[in-house]
Design a protein around this ligand. Structure first.
Ligand SMILES: [Zn+2]
Ligand SMILES: [Zn+2]
Length: 131
């Protein structure tokens, strides 16, 4: 229950580790295996989405509506992208009698925060080079 609540409150696509670290102080008996098994169960029941956008870490999302994800390769942050097109496609498929259970739409790149940091660093470098 706490795991589900945590996911609903943190739509930041946390990993097993992040959920475990956040919940273990208030739940001393909690183990990483329990977190993992609970997440697996929730995802099997369609209560949460499992994201494999980051090949090193599986992330979990309590928002099960069809939406795309953008992973920043630099900081590893995952952003939600509204994806109205996806919804339309799913509806068309379901009208054809298919049962769509999972949608994975992944975009990867560098997020605007990291880009900003990059341009700042470049400017700094240019200034130090001048001197
Ligand atoms: Zn970033
Ligand atoms: Zn999401």
């Amino acid at each position: 229950m706490s795991i589900m609540r945590y996911l609903m409150e943190h739509l930041t696509h946390p990993t097993v580790d992040e959920i475990y670290t956040a919940l273990s102080p208030e739940m001393p008996t909690l183990s990483k295996t329990t977190v993992y098994n609970t997440l697996k169960l929730l995802s099997e029941h369609g209560a949460i989405q499992t994201l494999t956008i980051d090949e090193r870490n599986t992330c979990y999302d309590a928002d099960t509506s069809p939406h795309a994800h953008f992973l920043c390769k630099r900081c590893g942050k995952i952003y939600d992208l509204p994806h109205g097109e996806t919804k339309k496609k799913v509806e068309t498929w379901e009208m054809n009698g298919h049962d769509v259970q999972e949608i994975h739409f992944y975009y990867k790149g560098i997020c605007k925060d990291c880009k900003q940091e990059d341009s700042l660093k470049q400017r700094e470098n240019r200034e130090t080079n001048k001197n």
